[in-house]
Design a protein around this ligand. Structure first.
Ligand SMILES: [Zn+2]
Length: 83
């Protein structure tokens, strides 16, 4: 087993691009207009405030865990069993 810098739990909570799964993402953050400091927190929920450097477009940001779930979901055919 190799030692990782981040625990699996931390990685799962890390935000990634919902399109490419990379962490090279940015989000708009409100700061004090006078000194551009004192961040008031990132805007949330608006895809227009999200940016992925890799996709070069506005994408949804999800946790790595959610991303992996998305991939799993996409891989599966709709499970319509007539059994
Ligand atoms: Zn991306």
């Amino acid at each position: 087993m190799t030692k990782k810098r981040k625990t699996e739990e931390e990685l799962a909570e890390e935000l990634v691009c919902s399109e490419c799964g990379e962490t090279n993402i940015q989000v708009k953050v409100w700061v004090n207009a006078n000194n551009h400091k004192e961040p008031k927190g990132a805007t949330e929920g608006d895809i227009a405030d999200n940016w992925c450097e890799d996709c070069q477009e506005h994408t949804e940001h999800v946790t790595r865990k959610e991303y992996e779930e998305l991939q799993t979901t996409n891989d599966y055919e709709p499970n319509i069993s007539d059994g």
